[in-house]
Design a binder for this molecule. Sequence first.
Ligand code: B12
Ligand code: SF4
Length: 523
Amino acid sequence: MRKLRIAIIDLVTKGPTKALYARVMHANLASIMPQVVALWCEEEGHDVTLECYTGFENITEDLSSGYDLVFIGAFSQAAQMAYALSNFYRSQGAITVLGGPHARCYPQDAVKYFDYVLGFTDKDIIRDVLLDCAQHRPEGVYLAAKQQPRALPGVRARWKYIEATLQKAPLIKIVPMLGSLGCPYTCSFCIDSIVPYQQLDMDVLKEDLQFLMKKLKRPRVGWHDPNFGVRFDEQIDAIEEVVPPGSIDFIAESSLSLLAEPHLKRLKRNGFKAILPGIESWYDLGNKSGTGKNSGMDKVRQVSEHINLIMEYIPYVQANFVLGLDVDSGDEPFELTKRFVDMSPAAFPGYSQLSAFGQAAPLNLEYQKADRVLPFPFHFLNNNHAMNVRPKNYDWPEFYDHLIDLTEYTFSWRAIYNRFKAMEALIPRWMNFVRAVSSEGFGRIKYYKEIRRRLDDDPEFRPFFEQETTKLPEFYVNRIKNDLGPLSAWLPDGALYHDQHAYLKSEQAKAAKAEPAASVARA
Ligand code: B12
Ligand code: SF4
């Protein structure tokens, strides 16, 4: 195989930025897989450059010339940026490959703009791409392993890439690690609800933690496990075995049901400083939150007590909610969340609007069948800038009124003060404050109010939201162009639009193909 010049770009954001939060945090949101792919390409003997794009790099100038192959890792919110970049690199003669959440969720769209689109990715898939490395246009090829990889290179192996990325993080440096893949729970809206749970090699994990303690003074590790601690004892035993208490700080996403008091004691002892449990809804998903059949105000009380208990052990908690679920109707769900804000003042509430990311989750097929999915450009699909599922029990103005009311309540000066007062640790206190007064709190209130105003005043808005037309309001078109900056010139024709029913159509096509074979088998 000839030696290839390969660039790998990890897009952690969707366009150029100057925001302070981005400067501090974006490099800490780097993904693990681009580093893994870089390593695999090197092991095959190629020249590799990896760039984590945090919004500050001049990507086309820094990385423009002479690449044979360019891999891009992107979330859907960065899809338009990825499409523009692919177009740019193709114009320079490169072959382009897309991987990551967008490729997993929207392969039917992504193949229009990339030579290869990858689903589950293991070393064999990467080897196939390297061996073939050819133009596939106008339509790229979709390649996917049958399952998640059984093993992934750890921190020691990825260190040179981690180190280079963390150099872009001036204050807080978070090292991304993985202890498991998939999840045993089956929350129907989640990409991992159908991915079997598997623990990764605990010996690699232990070695990595030891390695990290030698490399950094007091490392901070962010676990990228979809649900940290499913095999709680095994994972914590491994940490306990090699990390003396107080030597590493950890951050993890975990479901409430895994956070009972004995577990909390162990988490505290082992340096867990931030936890992000999903509450999602006051009426549904009892298994995940460990509240069984409790719902409504009873669930609020139970969850709130639980969160307050967690905060006795872990200084920083972000409680995640999904707004606009089908089980919600009327004022009650929003009012209940406000009660939660009062009763657990120290927790930071993270609100996501119900989003159907293409073929991520089985539930999305149902939304598509019911024609409830709106073709908002991917750029807005980050759980906040657009809700691409028409709510079942609210009309749009009503939903936005509730959303604004809840967000204003959560980021009122009273709530900000309560949150500040309820915490003792310095960094979490200020972290909450900054999040509230920056783009996440105040910024979102402003944005939601703009959308709400346009639902009344902008003649293009309601027809699009009511699915009477797929013509995108100019507001969204301008915003994308503005956000992409100079790269918007490279946005391919048609790249602002996608078929929001592509998943349903591909499932129907598969079923139609299987049909004759099934009839033969019956005959
Ligand atoms: C950990 C995590 C995070 C972490 C780390 C993010 C990161 N940079 O990786 C944090 C907390 C920072 C985060 C933030 C966000 N997240 Co998140 N996150 C996850 C989570 C729980 C696990 C992802 C993971 O690392 N899995 C382990 C890896 C190894 O597996 P994998 O992701 O399946 O990847 C496989 C393939 O896709 C491929 N692959 C992956 N990347 C690449 C890259 C290349 C180049 C190649 C070739 C292949 C490849 O190889 C892997 C092995 O098969 C998933 C949910 C889930 N359960 O999967 C959501 C998820 C990925 N997040 C999601 C979202 C929406 C967000 C946010 C927008 C939320 C927000 N409002 O802020 C932000 C966006 C951040 C960004 N970088 O743009 C969505 C993405 C949907 C989409 N299509 O975009 C998901 C799927 C959750 C959901 N809602 O269903 N997230
Ligand atoms: S517990 Fe979390 S990771 Fe697991 S299926 Fe539910 S939402 Fe997904």
